[in-house]
Design a protein around this ligand. Sequence first.
Ligand code: F3S
Length: 649
Amino acid sequence: MSKIEVAKSAGFCFGVKRAIDMVYDVIGKESPLYSYGQLIHNQTVTDDLAEKGVQIVDSLDGLDGGTLIIRSHGVGETLYEEAKAHQMKILDGTCPFVENIHQIVHKEKEDGKGIIIVGDGSHPEVMGINGWCGNSAIIIGSPEEAETVEIPEKNSYSVVVQTTFRQNKYEHILEILKKRGISFTANQTICSATEKRQTEAEELSQNVDRMIVIGGKNSSNTQKLAEICKKNCRNTVHIETICDLVLNNLKKGDRIGITAGASTPPAIIKEVIVTMSEALENAVQNLEGSEEVTFEQMLEESLVTLHTGDVVKGTVIQVSNEEVSVNLGFKSDGIISRGEFSSDPSVIPSKTVQPGDEIEVFVVRVNDGDGNVVLSRKRIEAQKGMEELETAYNEKTVVTGTVTQIVKGGLIAVVNGVNVFIPSSQVSNRFIEDLNVFKGQDLEFNIIEMDRVKRRIIGGRKALVEQEIAAKRAALFETIQAGTKITGTVSRLTDFGAFVDLGGVDGLIHISEMSWGRISNPREVLKEGQTVEVFVLDVDKEKGKISLSLKDADMNPWKLAVDKYAAGTVVEGKVVRMVPFGAFVELEPGVDGLVHISQIANKHVVKPEDELKVGEVINVKVLEVNPEQKKISLSKRQAETDEAPETEE
Ligand code: F3S
């Protein structure tokens, strides 16, 4: 055999490929897209789909419309109804083999049979199958469970098995059920793709020195492959991506077998094959038994040996804006390209390191084809960043990240080279319509969820913002006093007034406190985001309320009204409002006087509207001013009499 052998059916199975193709086909055509659970157990694909706008949901609560993707594992019958109720379109990626099991259990249940599912009860596929027989199935995960599980007496049972279950284990369980005297018909529902992959892995792992199993750590079919291979080959490693691969003591003659779980994309398998070929090329010769050792071999042995995945120290020998050359004490130098230098694309290598600096690097590939070692500094940053985030998560400390992307459902902030997702609901203590305002900003937040294996790190600022507001609130209520003047920003306008942010706490300017004159909507005076100087009218610490005013008491027109509108003077005013007993006339904004119906004309007036119109400008004589009660009595009749030319008797 050649040195590297890849199992024929490694990677995507028919069902997974079908579901993946379906989803990529609708990306960009339909929106929003929701995946009910992770589409496949592969982080690289999951990250890519998230970037393309596919949101993972585990419940339909709060969703209205959009497309719901059902993964190849399938779901229970009721979810289809639920999706309909939420006006959602379904993109059904259920593997046809799984769908067949749904149909079997549905029919058998209707025919009155009991259902037994052999499989892992916590696996979504098994949960989905159970959902097609009203969640009535007895689930058996192991021969031990088959011995002990309570099986009520029934005429007959129908047994189905999880598609990825091991054939011999299934047969063992059926044997036990038979021995227990259970009457059943067994359905062969193990997927041949799984069986084939497992048989190939079994055979391959018996004939190699090392076995690499690629696939998600939480993928049950990959775990089973790793389990099988470990029995035959003690040098078996289970990796998710090439970054996880650490090979110790790799020798040139080593035979390597590679297999991959059903959710592993072809690109990841290819990367492992290429890297392993190079690793074998560069591996130290197995010199055991050699009689002669050449000078070249001795020289090579004296040099550092490198393996993909190693973290080593090196000295910078040359720096440009685009790459850094590093001496590793290896036969060839290492190169860090700008893309692998830092997770922050704005970092310029030549401004960060100098020739002579010692730096830590990650070996991506021992030979790039031109004899150079491919290095990454970004991955070291990410590893350290990951550790720091884990500490912050465990110790509940605050981290600072820069917002680099706004994605569906939230934003991505980078903390020490690691992407942290902050859902929209956690960005602030209140809904923020346009998250783009945060782009490029440094934000402080807590790590509220962390799963290193799934590389799922969730940040949250809501509690932090609430704490900050509470502190600011307490400080503000300590200092704020009625009668003082302060500056704030209009945060929200309503029909009855404006809320003004005074630095974490909102005060209210009621519409009546916006002008000495009459206004019908706060938007006539203010706009959101405007900075305003306001007078504090009242502070209610207990209720946490602050009443504000835009009206300067010194400019109260009623204060000046006595002098300005002395009794007996004739002034101009505008009719603003009619009442049955007269008409109100505005002398200036905020100062209205009343022309009583008897003072409108020199004749009997039935209704003020018969003589006056709202908006009409008229001359009136001031009869009396009462500034305390804010009342001015006016007379149009007397103003007209004063104006009338004197006639000779
Ligand atoms: Fe379907 Fe078999 Fe794959 S059941 S999802 S083709 S492992």
